[in-house]
Write a protein that binds this ligand. Structure first.
Ligand code: CTP
Length: 419
């Protein structure tokens, strides 16, 4: 690593408070070197070991290197009456990293169990939490482990993927704890990200994003939906969170993972989405990117509809226009952004929606173009403002379009922010 980069990384760690959770894996020996590197970079390190970790490396070794007493039990034999230590540690830390994280510890963290100082502190921690799993190849691939990791990721925990190579069992596969230098780099990057977030322009602001399609059930096995994949809404939620906002994402069915640090509420139908949005409609900034069904079957059959005649009619009724409902109760200072997907007369249709729904801005998507609209990685949009402004955002990855939309929201000038 170039000297300059190393210097920045060390600066990032200077004076930072790191909780290092060590669980019972053969890779626990790497924790000793990680502590040494963290200390050398100027960090304060408090080690929390699971009882099994002490079978692999002694608390004396890790305590000596960290210059702090290693904590294991929530209720130690020689308790000094300070049973709320896990809460205090959770508040004290700038970052909590569990390295190595065994399959057992991952499952406890995913379930919210707190049977040791490590797991109890993880539940109390307000700081970013990272886990660096280490285990044998097949344990890593097991659906239970992967399910736990998905749960942890959606809870906002960052997973440092294990490396491929020779494992303690003698097998070759994925499951090795990355080298301490790699862990140090990831820790510094995470602290940097957290710093940027807390000093971001949206720090202290609440943002509500809707994303994805809705599903309107016809019978227990069929539904009406549309081609939205949720990519644009998820990109907006991620971009807003990175700028420091407290983001709630109300999502229809998608295959996407919740972006880090974003609270996701999963919904299915337009009616579910309406209820979830109204419960969070006081947000400072509302971005409604979901492709909500305008009609739903008037009645859902509780039995599978059987075929009979050549023609079948299903009576539909209008769903609530969620965006219009939020627009009706818009409060002073609240910013409301809608989306429009149009095949024809885009600007005129979008402007009509902007006015009818009491919006500040509307983002017009061009449905007929290649590389824009549903199911593509890229998009081209036109942002229309209630002040008559028009901002063109040329075709680019949806994550970059999200940044351009936020730039426009935060710098409400008629000048194009990106073209
Ligand atoms: N929208 C909503 N609730 C609905 C329908 C739409 O909140 N029941 C929101 C969408 O999330 C989007 C905006 O309204 O931000 C415009 O959606 P769009 O489907 O383009 O327009 P509609 O108002 O439904 O009009 P039309 O389908 O006639 O074009």
């Amino acid at each position: 690593m170039p000297n300059e980069e190393r210097a920045t990384k060390n600066e990032q760690l200077q004076g930072r408070r790191v909780l290092l959770g060590v669980s019972g894996s053969i890779a626990a020996y790497k924790a000793a070197e990680l502590i040494r590197l963290l200390k050398k970079a100027g960090a304060e390190v408090q080690v929390l070991m699971t009882p099994d970790a002490a079978r692999f490396i002694t608390p004396l070794t890790l305590g000596t290197l960290s210059e702090r007493e290693v904590l294991t039990e929530i209720f130690p034999e020689n308790a000094d009456g300070s049973w709320t230590k896990h809460v205090n540690l959770g508040l004290w830390a700038d970052l909590f990293v569990v390295a190595p994280a065994t399959a057992t510890t991952l499952s406890k963290l995913a379930a919210g169990l707190c049977d040791s100082m490590l797991t109890a502190t993880a539940l109390s921690a307000r700081c970013p939490v990272m886990v660096a799993p280490a285990m044998d190849h097949d344990m890593w691939l097991h659906p239970a482990t992967q399910r736990n990791l998905r749960t942890l990721r959606s809870d906002g925990v960052e997973v440092i993927d294990p490396a491929h190579g020779e494992l303690a069992s003698g097998l070759i596969g994925t499951g090795r704890l990355p080298e301490p230098e790699v862990l140090l780099e990831r820790i510094a990057a995470k602290l940097n990200e957290a710093d940027e977030r807390s000093s971001g322009v949206l720090a202290g602001k609440t943002v509500l994003v809707t994303a994805g399609p809705t599903r309107e059930a016809v019978d227990p096995v069929r539904y009406f939906t549309n081609g939205s994949t949720g990519t644009m809404g998820y990109a907006l939620a991620e971009a807003a969170a990175q700028r420091g906002a407290d983001v709630t994402l109300v999502s229809g069915p998608t295959n996407l993972d919740a972006p880090p640090g974003v609270e996701r509420i999963n919904v299915t139908s337009a009616a579910d989405m309406h209820a979830a949005v109204m419960a969070h409609a006081e947000a400072d900034l509302v971005l409604m990117a979901a492709a909500v069904a305008d009609y739903t079957p008037a009645e859902m059959s509780d039995r599978k509809v059987k075929k009979s005649d050549d023609d079948l009619s299903i009576p539909l009724r209008r769903t609530t226009d969620i965006l219009a409902a939020v627009g009706q109760q818009k409060r002073d200072g609240q910013v409301l952004i809608g989306f429009a997907l149009e095949t024809h007369d885009g600007a005129a249709n979008a402007r009509g929606k902007l006015e009818r729904k009491n919006l500040d801005l509307i983002v017009l998507n061009h449905a007929n173009e290649d590389g824009a609209g549903f199911g593509t990685g890229t998009n081209r949009v036109t942002i229309l403002g209630c002040d008559g402004s028009v901002t063109e955002v040329s075709q680019r990855p949806k994550r970059d379009v999200a940044e351009a939309i936020l730039d426009r929201v935060l710098a409400p000038s008629a000048e194009p922010v990106a073209s």
